[in-house]
Structures are given as C-alpha cells and as structure tokens.
Design a protein around this ligand. Structure first.
Ligand SMILES: *Cc1c(COP(=O)(O)O)cnc(C)c1O
Length: 672
C-alpha cells in the first residue's frame, strides 16, 4: 500500500511493540523513572492510536462499521479461546464484567472497548457536537484513572469511581479517539512542533500526578487527546509505501505477546536463564518481542488465508472522483448565486455516476443544506447515510412509497391536484413543492390553473414549502430560446404572485438548472438545482453560455490495457469486422465496454495515451473496446488509460449527462 495512509500502517508495528513494553516494563531494572516515562507516558499513545485508526477507516460508513463490529467480535472470541487455558491455569475464570468490559485477559479489554466504543461513537457522530460529548465522557473518566486524587477526598464520589473500576473502556475512553480518527485530516506542516509541545505537556502532567500520588491507573491524561490529534495529523500528512503485512502483524503481535510472556518465563525457569530472561527487564522484553515476532511471522500466512480475498478496484476499469474538484465547482457556482439563493445540488442517478452519498458528504462540507433527487429511493439512500437538510424528490412517487416520504422527511414534488389529494389522504404530514408546467409539457400543474394550485394549499396533510418549474431551452441563447425561456419564467412568477396575493405562502421558488444559472440569472429564485455544471462538465462541447465559471470535471473514467496487438493494413476488427485498419496499426484492447456505459457505437471518441489521443475504433463490445495507439508511443498490457467523457458523448450523438448517468455499477467509484 502506498500513499497517504501508509505512514499510519507502518506505525501499527511500533504501536504493538509499545503495548508489549507496557506489559514488560523494559527499563525497570535500570531506572524506575525512565521506565515510567516510556511505559506509563509515551507508550500510552499506542492504544488510542489503534482506536483512531479504526475510527478513520470505519466510522464514516455504516457498511464498514457493521463489518468491523463483526470482525472485532470474531477476533475477540478467538482471543478468549486462546487465553482460556491461562484463565484456567491461574484459576481466574472471567465473569460477565470481564467479558463485556475489562476483557477476559489483561490485554483483551481493547476488544470490548472497540465494540462498545464504536456503537457509542457512531451514535455521537450523528449528533451536532458529538465530539465534544465524547470529550466530556473522557473528562468524566479521568478521575477513574490518572486523576483519581481529584476525588479521593470526596468519599461518595471516590466510591462511585471505585465501583466503576477501569474508566479506560468503551464508554469513557474509546469514543473520543474513534471520533477523532473519523474526522482526522492531514496536517499542513507545523504538526511536528505542536506534537512535541503537547507531548512535553503530557509528560509534565504525568510526572506531577505521579509525584502527587494521584494515579489509580495511568492510561488517561488530559493532554493525551492533544498528543493524538497532532500525531495523527502528522502521520496522515506523510507519504510513502508500507508493506502489506503491517496490519496483520500488529494484530497478531498484540494478541500473542501475553502468551509469549508466560512462555519466556517457563523457558527461562527450565533453562536456568531466569536472571537474563526475566529478572533483567530489558532482556525480558527483548526475549518476549523476539518470541512474539517469531510466532507472529509463523502465523501470518494462516491469518492471510482466513482473510477474504477482495477484488482490487483498479484491476480493470473504474471511475475516479476528485472531491476537491467537486468542492471547488460547488464554490464557483455558489459565487454566481444572488443573495438569498442557495445551491441545491441534483444528486439523481448516483449523482450523475459519481456516487450520491459521497457527493452529498463533500457538498455538505461546502455548506449545502438542500439536495434534489429523482425518486424516493434515492432520497432514502441519502437519509440512511445520515444526510440532513431538505431532500426534494423531483419525480413522481408511487403511492406505495408514500410511507418513505413521511418516514425519511423527504420533500415531494406534486404535479397535479388528484395526486396532491391522494398524498394528503395518506394521512401523514409531508412537505411538498408544487411543480408548475410552463411550456415543457413534462410534469407539472398548468401555470394558468390557479384554482387547482389553491386547492393544494388547502389540503390538510401537505405543507407547501416551495414551487418550481423547469426551463427546457435554457441551454441556448438563441433569440427563440430567449423568448421562450422568458415566457416560461413570466408564467411561473405570475402564478406565484397571484397565489401570494390570495394569501398563500408559496415558500421557496426555483426555476433554474445548470444552464439556467449560467444563461438566465434570476434574482427571484431561492434555489438553483444544479447538476451537470456542478460535476464540472458541459452537456456538449459546443455549448456556449453567458458565463462559464472555472469548472473542472470531478470524474474521470479509467481502464487498464488488456492486450496490445500489431495488425497489418486491411485487418478487420471486432464484431461484424466493422473496422478495417487503413494502415499497419497498433491496437490496444481495453477491458471496458457498453456494459459499463460506453455507447456501442462511439467511433471518434478517444482515450488519452501518453498525452496523445487514441481513437476508439470498431464496435464496442459488452466488456471490451479497441483503441488505436499507433501514434501514441509505448503502450503495454496493464497500463492505465483515461477515456474522455465529452468525446464519448459527442461521438455517440448524446450529451455528457447521459454518459455519466449510465456509467455502470460494475465500475468501482474511487474518491481521491
Ligand atoms: C436533472 C434536473 C436538474 C439538473 O439539471 P442540470 O442540467 O444537470 O443542471 C434540475 N432540475 C430538474 C427538474 C431535473 O430533472
């Protein structure tokens, strides 16, 4: 693995070594103070580091969360069985408290802490200020740990903390680090200094607490979250390559080292090496590490075999989405909006192929509070992923799906009176926007039908929060288009005005999609329903608009080269031999086809190969297509190639909107 996360992965190994140090106290034979600094202060970053890693990789995604819970429970179960013999030998059989809180062996508290911590952190992540609640839990936990001296003078409170036992658990300790991990961002430079300062402060805190005799345990310090914050930012900011075995190695090492402590003691007794391997703390630690590392290395292949083998996402063809391009596009469009008007990104059809949930998250980060989707199911998907704010369903929702509207708080478009009556008769309160047909003759209430509109306002279970229309020639600035668009707007605002005059609150009005915003600015609108421009594409290359803010495609379509072949002049190619080489040609076969959304007939489209255009030739197959790389320099099997979306659209006589929305589900979506 390489890239941003590699430093994180490498650090799993020293973190596991530090955990073993906590349990061996390597410097104790030489200096109690030095050992305190190493094992009771410095090594205390190790477990929070593992919590943050888990939060970083897992918390943002319910699916990943569920599989992490399952995996952790399984590992915990295996670890319990592994240590059962030692429980039996020592006569300390675990009870319910050990099982659910403290762990069935001293190092195993980590697993129940991850399990409960993840559930709590996930709940907190849904709340505004959830991180601060987790921080409050952490502070509450401090007197149960290093800060016990704070409550010792208060018998009642001290009693409570005595009863709680360890606060270094899934309730007080883990949630904060899990949440911090899920929100961690790479640092920009000064992290090293900040980390050193935070660590110095933590060290001072620990030494003072030790001097005061306040510590009951020594896992939790006030400064520890600060240290972790800067450490994680620092590591995230580093690039490099980590060997693939780091995660498995650190997990096994963590699991096995207490067994190895027992084995080293047993061996030392038998071999008469007690002084060297047990009494000497450093000798002991090194022996334990060596044995654990050997056992881990021996078991690694076994663990790898247990692990599910997943398909590598960049093995065939895939979609890459640049989150920062999407963010910048959103900001550029927001810059064009008049006062009081908000961007309502259109996330229908998987956000035009980009992935709706991920796109919504990025856009929420830009301050977007309202989204549009085509159907109720798309709205449900966003809500289930935690997207808040307004979600407007632009299309018709079948009565069978009315429960979804109410349950998930979706705003439904109503297009005619009978439909509105049916929705109201459903009997649950639903927010609606009235869609007005002003000339497109697709969905909508006739703009002249004031009576029907008024009746909708009077329906008991509908709350009208907006009205809109759709402009159908706003992509053109030709004179006929201008006058038609003008007439559409006029009809729409006349209806809204009349309804207002009759005492109805018409809510938020909107008329413009991407090209409406670029060609027909309108200060009366409260939303702009932007789709294609937000994703950084023109619908067609030839499109011209009154303004073009600096937009950049957020999506790129990529494929590997399957095979390169040299063909003589006059060779036929593919189904129907639809293409004949006009000259000796070098043809590359790409493993992407119409099954992935490349139109079957798109001769003239091209891919970018070594910075040169390689035209698509022949008929596109379901899973493969041909490009002519004769003039593109060296190309070989396995190379990554980018297909041009705009050219695919143009060559097949359609618009980029269609190509994007038809990119198949077989293409992994990889966000950068
Ligand atoms: C798809 C759609 C949009 C977005 O259109 P773009 O041209 O992609 O910006 C806006 N409004 C409605 C009603 C739509 O169906």
């Amino acid at each position: 693995m390489s890239g941003r996360r590699s430093a994180l992965d490498i650090c799993r190994v020293p973190a596991a070594l530090l955990v073993a140090a906590i349990h061996c106290s390597p410097l104790l034979s030489y200096s109690a103070g030095a050992d305190f600094v190493l094992t009771r202060v410095a090594a205390r970053v190790a477990v929070p580091f593992f919590f943050m890693l888990t939060g970083y990789f897992v918390l943002g995604d319910v699916g990943k969360l569920a599989s992490a819970l399952k995996k952790t429970a399984l590992v915990y179960l295996a670890a319990m069985l592994l240590y059962l013999p030692l429980n039996i030998y020592s006569g300390q059989l675990p009870g319910l408290r050990e099982l659910l809180l403290d762990g069935t062996f001293y190092h195993l508290w980590y697993f129940p802490a991850v399990l409960t911590g993840l559930v709590i952190a996930w709940g907190l992540s849904k709340l505004r200020g959830g991180v601060w609640l987790a921080a409050a839990l952490y502070l509450l936990g401090l007197p149960g740990d290093s800060w016990f001296g704070l409550v010792r003078g208060l018998p009642w409170l001290a009693g409570v903390y005595e009863a709680i036992g360890y606060t270094r658990n899934g309730l007080f300790f883990a949630p904060l680090f899990l949440l911090m991990g899920s929100r961690a961002r790479p640092g920009r430079g000064a992290e090293g200094l900040a980390l050193a300062a935070a660590f110095a402060a933590m060290l001072a805190e620990a030494l003072v607490l030790r001097r005061l005799g306040w510590q009951k345990h020594d896992s939790m310090y006030i400064m520890l979250p600060c240290v972790m914050y800067f450490l994680f930012r620092l590591l995230l900011g580093l690039r490099g390559a980590a060997p693939g075995w780091c995660a498995d190695f650190s997990l096994l090492f963590y699991l096995l080292h207490p067994w190895c402590i027992v084995l080293v003691r047993g061996f030392a007794r038998l071999a008469g090496l007690w002084g060297l391997l047990v009494e000497n703390s450093l000798g002991h630690y090194l022996a334990v590490c060596a044995l654990t590392a050997a056992a881990t290395a021996a078991l690694l292949p076994l663990l790898r075999r247990l692990r599910p083998v997943r398909a590598y996402p960049k093995a065939r063809a895939w979609v890459e989405v640049d989150a920062s391009a999407l963010r910048r596009n959103a900001e550029a469009l927001m810059g064009l909006l008049p006062d009081g008007c908000e961007l309502m990104p259109v996330l229908k059809c998987g956000a035009y192929g980009h992935g709706a949930v991920k796109s919504a998250r990025v856009l929420e980060g830009c301050g977007v509070r309202a989204f549009a989707v085509a159907c109720a199911a798309e709205g449900v998907e966003l809500r289930r992923a935690g997207v808040r704010g307004t979600i407007l369903v632009l299309g018709w929702t079948a009565p069978e799906n009315f429960p979804c509207l109410a349950r998930y708080g979706l705003t439904q478009t109503v297009t005619e009176l009978p439909y509105a009556e049916a929705l109201s008769a459903f009997g649950r309160d639903v927010d609606v926007h009235i869609k007005v047909d002003t000339g497109m003759h697709r969905l909508g209430l006739d703009a002249e039908d004031i009576a029907a509109a008024e009746r909708i306002f009077e329906l008991p279970h509908l709350r009208v929060t907006g009205m809109y229309t759709h402009l159908c020639v706003s992509d053109s600035l030709a004179p006929e288009a201008r006058s038609f668009t003008g007439a559409q707007s006029k009809r729409f605002f006349a209806l809204a005005e009349e309804l207002r005059r009759r005492g109805h609150d018409v809510g938020r009005l909107h008329t413009q999609a991407s090209y409406g915003l670029l060609n027909y600015p309108d200060a009366r609108c409260a939303y702009v329903r932007a789709g294609i421009a937000l994703y950084g594409f023109k619908s067609a290359e030839a499109d011209d608009a009154a303004v073009w803010p600096p937009l950049k495609p957020a999506l790129s379509l990529k494929a590997r080269v399957a095979q390169v072949r040299e063909l003589p002049e006059g060779a036929g190619l593919g189904y129907g031999l639809a293409y004949t080489t006009p000259r000796p040609s070098r043809i590359a076969v790409l493993p992407i086809g119409y099954g992935d959304g490349c139109p079957r007939d798109c001769a003239g489209a091209w891919a970018l190969v070594n910075g040169k255009r390689a035209p698509v030739v022949g008929r596109v197959c379901m899973d493969q297509l041909f490009i002519d790389v004769t003039d593109c320099g060296p190309v070989q099997s396995g190379d990554c190639i980018q297909l041009d979306i705009a050219a695919l659209a143009e060559a097949s006589g359609t618009i980029t909107n269609e190509i994007l929305s038809r990119l198949g589900p077989r293409l992994p979506r990889l966000w950068t």
